[in-house]
Design a protein around this ligand. Structure first.
Ligand code: ADP
Ligand code: MG
Length: 278
């Protein structure tokens, strides 16, 4: 199967008059259609620079990015790339452009030149997908952070992307808003096979992914299934990252002589393990 996202030896440098700053350093990544990949890494590790390269907001200094067969260096593909790989950013307020929810969701499709009747259909279905159909006539400023972010996601899915990149899209939300958005993302991935690349600093979100990638100083330093990656507790802590609470707790309990697995990721798994103790 063809990879929907291919990053080949990507190096990206920001240049100003005085100096050059290498934000991504020879980075490689392939993502299959339908995959759910999480990227973690602390501030300044290059995550946003990577996501902007994937969306042709930035163009590689060296190397190539190919989105569904389209190289981001070829200008003629710009809009197709942005329609194939939609982006959801951190601050919902910067992404909402209209004064009514459904008009906001229609905006991207209008720019793509989709027929009005088709837009109506897509907007309604996208709003239903994110659970915002009932609030379609509201002004966005009356919504909660989580609801606004779901409207932003609806605007992207109305454009029928194969892939959505979330750049810390839950960072400004309260825990319940985060849960709403996370549930929406998981559903889009599982039910509609939309490829998800999720940049996050919440480990509880990363454990939901099929694959986790850890970035540090523009490089990939760890990659694997969540259970594999999060078993490297010391390494993650050394670079200033958290580990999932339950993984840490499972290791602490073990040190205290409570013999349970040490690679537990979720509360459910923890409960399961503790219930088996004699
Ligand atoms: P992250 O999203 O992981 O926090 P970024 O991709 O935003 O990391 O930043 C990676 C590095 O590039 C950081 O050292 C940051 O200071 C630098 N950087 C980001 N944006 C710019 C820019 N517009 N000009 C110069 N340097 C930048
Ligand atoms: Mg960032």
């Amino acid at each position: 199967m063809e990879n929907i996202i291919k990053v080949k030896n990507l190096t990206f440098e920001y240049t100003s008059d005085e100096h050059t700053h290498r934000a991504i350093d020879d980075f490689n990544l392939n993502i299959n259609e339908g995959e759910f990949v999480a990227i973690i890494g602390h501030n300044g590790s290059g995550k946003s620079t990577l996501s902007k390269n994937l969306n042709a907001i930035l163009i590689p200094t060296q190397g190539d990015i190919v989105i569904d067969g389209m190289n981001t260096k070829e200008e003629k593909y710009l809009w197709d790339i942005r329609q194939t790989a939609g982006m959801v950013f951190q601050n919902p307020d910067n992404q909402i452009v209209a004064t009514i929810v459904e008009e906001d969701v229609a905006f991207g499709c209008e720019n793509l030149g989709v027929e009005p009747l088709e837009i109506r259909e897509r907007v309604d279905s996208a709003l239903k997908n994110v659970g915002m159909y009932e609030l379609r006539e509201r002004p966005p400023h009356l919504l909660s952070g989580g609801q606004k972010q779901r409207v932003a996601i609806a605007g992207i899915i109305a454009m029928r992307p194969k892939c959505i990149i979330f750049d810390e899209a839950t960072a400004m939300l309260d825990p319940s808003g985060r849960q709403e958005v996370m549930n929406t993302i998981k559903r889009l991935n599982k039910e509609y096979n939309i490829t998800v690349l999720m940049i996050t600093h919440f480990m509880e979100e990363a454990v939901e992914a099929d694959r986790v990638i850890v970035m540090e100083k523009g490089k990939k330093i760890l990659e694997g299934k969540p259970r594999e990656v999060f078993s490297h507790i010391d390494e993650l802590k050394k670079i200033g990252l958290d580990v999932p609470y339950m993984t840490e707790l499972s290791q602490l309990l073990n040190k205290d002589g409570i013999k349970i697995r040490t690679d537990i990721l979720t509360v459910d798994e923890m409960v399961g393990e503790l219930c088996q103790l004699k």
